[in-house]
Design a protein around this ligand. Structure first.
Ligand code: GLC
Length: 729
């Protein structure tokens, strides 16, 4: 991470530090609210999320004397970083104290959850992943970094690359969906975008990948629940996305709340040291999730907070995010020689090393009020947010070619999410401003679309509208952290509204705003068209109208399976077969009351044009597969197609997934234009871990599939011959 000169500087700084100052660098503080709100700032933020407080009230508290940022501790070198600060003046004040009034003048870094845009909010990650566009993912992260850095933020707790296969889990919204390869590609692009070419540049921020590891596999989709996962599955399905981020140069790692094999990730030395540092060569910073070290006591792995501090530090956890266990106990642990001093020094070095890499010792501020003003939300930034939303919206159904609509169509708009700016951002958008957001109704006004907005659905029957748009789904608080659901059906109010609209006999188009797959089997039967908009960000309304009226041809494809019911969760495309796959026989693996096929499968999404696939060809060259397939635009308008390449190994030493995504590409084709696409699949992508954790590639048949959705592929078989025994070294 540093050059030789900087490493020397690091040693010099380390040599000047007292024990107390060293411990201070491991303390990440959120400040705390005093007076009426004696809680941590994280808790205040949670209060906004679950509706106990408005954002305006929070801002008032944060900017008033009711917040205590422990400035005496800061002066004494007992705080090394802050979180939750998105106020430039406060940032400047706290940084000035650190630099000018603490003994060694070590600068602070400020962390924040910049998850999908900062002020210019882009679609939630699950939505943006449906664009399958690496370059877009990187550009939106770059924009987020520029904005956040202009506010003094130098680290984001993103990307989250938890492979998420369970629609009940609220944090599926923060993921790139259910596939490992996609999460890795998405994560690596985000890391590059956030960090830019040079971490020390004033428009770059450090990226912290999370949650290491397995959090997406929380039992029953309940947040913070235990995870029970085989080591093979960890290595094959969970680790690769994190490894992709490490390869992209990620600066920091946040361990997950859950346990792996009974050891919570926050104190799991196998994960944090053996795998992360020794096996993968990660040389950055580890930072705990909020209060996670303290929670090790309740979890049942530490006898008390002192024990938790010792276990976490020795496992390889550098910074304690707001549990205060390090601040309270590390000194005694060192003085009584209970704690290994090398572990402490290593952790402190990681912090100082990152601060050096971020250029904070040379310029601790890196921003000004003018810079912030020039950087935050602009017409160009809004253009990118609009493009990202257009590319994230998935057209799920379009019967009778009802879409795109004619420009003179009179829309009847109804639904709780039709004119609700604050809801457009989705989960984790703490830098957002409600007034920046454009609702569907706002966009109709500014784009000059003929519309009637029905606040009261009782009046609907007498309307003279041509089509109805039902803006339904989930509020932003219904997905994200601590927002698991045991029922993923549409809510009663939405169903009531839909029934009323359908009664009119006019065409009904559903626009879904949600942070997870919903069970929409009923909806699929009842309406002519469905647009999955997710939570699209500040340009929500504009992007949706762009698609509805055909200014933009939809191209997004699902990165998450839509089950028929929550009872089927987790439901995902890359499952392994059973000996009794779902079939006609009663004694096959299925439910009595819902179909075995998903409502909408992984990789699925419609366009206003159509594409035809032909001539799938697979050859072997050295140790790679050369796959080619012809794709033609068979419709009458330009369109983008996301071409997917899957494999299946029908006879494995361990049963292999029925399908596994190994590559993808996005292409633009004019009407009737066709193109031959090639994928090079290294044999390594066919490999997996056997029972003894040897990485192996089987001799024999491999099925290769290519197509426009996981359920709509051409298929070809090829014979693999590695060497005798089929072992791949
Ligand atoms: C949390 C989350 C984590 C986030 C952190 C800081 O509770 O689990 O994803 O980065 O708090 O806000």
């Amino acid at each position: 991470m540093l050059d030789e000169k900087q490493e020397l500087r690091l040693k010099e700084i380390m040599s000047q530090m007292t024990l107390e100052e060293k411990i201070g660098q491991l303390q990440y503080s959120g400040g705390s609210a005093v007076g009426a709100f004696e809680v941590d700032v994280e808790e205040l933020i949670n209060m906004v999320y679950d509706g106990r407080m408005t954002k305006a009230e929070l801002m008032k508290i944060l900017s008033s004397t009711e917040m205590d940022y422990h400035e005496e501790d800061l002066r004494a070198g007992r705080i090394g970083s802050y979180g939750g600060v998105n106020d430039l003046n406060l940032f400047l004040r706290l940084q000035k104290i650190a630099v000018e009034e603490s003994r060694l003048g070590i600068p602070l870094f400020f962390g924040y959850d910049v998850v999908h845009g900062h002020r210019t909010v882009t679609p939630i990650p699950l939505g943006e992943s449906c664009a399958w566009e690496i370059e877009l993912w990187e550009r939106t992260a770059r924009m987020a970094a520029e904005e956040a850095a202009s506010c003094g933020i130098k680290m984001t707790f993103a990307p989250m690359v938890d492979v998420a296969k369970d629609a009940r889990w609220g944090r599926i919204a923060e993921s790139a969906g259910e596939d490992t390869l996609l999460n890795g590609a998405y994560g690596a692009a985000k890391v590059k975008g956030f960090q830019g070419k040079d971490l020390s540049s004033p428009d770059s921020i450090a990226s912290c990948m999370k949650h290491f590891a397995g959090y997406g596999f929380s039992e029953a989709g309940r947040d913070y629940n235990r995870v029970d996962i085989s080591i093979q599955r960890l290595y094959e399905e969970i680790f690769p996305a994190f490894k992709a981020c490490v390869k992209a140069g990620v600066s920091s790692v946040m361990p997950a709340f859950n346990d792996i094999n009974g050891v919570p990730c926050s104190v799991n030395s196998w994960l944090l040291t053996d795998v992360l540092r020794k096996e993968w060569g990660f040389d950055g910073l580890t930072i705990s999730d909020a209060n996670a070290i303290g929670e090790c006591v309740i979890h049942g792995i530490a006898a008390d907070r002192e024990d938790a501090a010792k276990q976490a530090l020795e496992a390889g956890m550098d910074i304690d995010m707001s549990s205060n266990c390090y601040a309270e106990h590390l000194k005694t642990l060192v003085e009584t020689k209970t704690l290994n001093m090398n572990a402490l020094n290593r952790a402190v070095e990681d912090v100082i090393r990152l601060k050096l890499a971020l250029g904070l010792f040379d310029d601790p501020y890196q921003t000004t009020a003018q810079r912030q003003k020039d950087t935050l939300i602009s017409p160009e930034k809004r253009m990118l947010a609009r493009e990202a939303a257009q590319k994230s919206i998935v057209l799920l159904k379009n019967e009778e070619k009802i879409l795109p609509l004619r420009l003179d169509t009179h829309l009847g708009i109804a639904g709780m999410l039709a004119d609700n700016r604050a809801e457009m951002t989705g989960t984790w958008a703490m830098g957002a401003e409600e007034e920046d957001c454009i609702s569907l109704v706002d966009a109709c006004k500014t784009q000059g679309v003929k519309y009637t907005f029905f606040n009261d659905i009782e009046n609907i029957l007498i309307s003279d509208c041509d089509v109805f748009i039902a803006a339904i789904g989930e509020s932003k608080g219904e997905s994200g952290e601590a927002a698991s659901r045991s029922n993923i059906d549409l809510c009663e109010a939405d169903i009531k509204l839909l029934k009323k609209l359908i009664e009119t006999g006019k065409p009904v188009i559903a626009v879904l705003f949600n942070g997870r797959p919903l069970a929409i089997g009923w909806l699929k039967e009842k309406v002519l068209a469905i647009l999955e908009a997710w939570h699209p960000g500040v340009e929500a309304g504009n992007a949706i109208l762009d698609i509805l009226f055909g200014k933009v041809n939809p191209s997004a494809k699902l990165t998450t399976t839509f089950p028929n019911a929550a009872g089927q969760c987790p439901m995902y495309y890359d499952h392994i077969n059973t000996g009794r796959p779902s079939g006609k026989s009663k004694f096959s693996s299925k439910y009595l009351d819902v179909p075995s096929e998903p409502v909408y499968p992984f990789g699925y999404g419609l366009s206003y044009t159509s594409f035809a696939y032909s001539n799938l060809d697979v050859k072997i060259r050295d140790k790679e597969l050369l796959v080619s397939v012809a794709v033609q635009n068979t419709g009458s308008c330009n369109g983008d197609e996301i071409v997917q390449c899957y494999i299946h190994d029908p006879v494995g030493r361990r049963v292999r997934p029925v399908q596994k995504l190994v590559d993808f590409a996005k292409i633009s084709l004019a009407p009737q234009e066709s193109r031959i696409l090639s994928f090079i699949i290294p044999f390594e992508k066919l490999g997996y871990y056997d029972q003894t954790m040897q990485f192996v590639i089987d001799d024999g048949t491999i099925k290769v599939m290519a197509g426009g959705s996981s359920v709509d592929c051409l298929c070809k078989e090829i014979q693999i011959k590695m060497k005798l025994g089929g072992n791949y070294a």
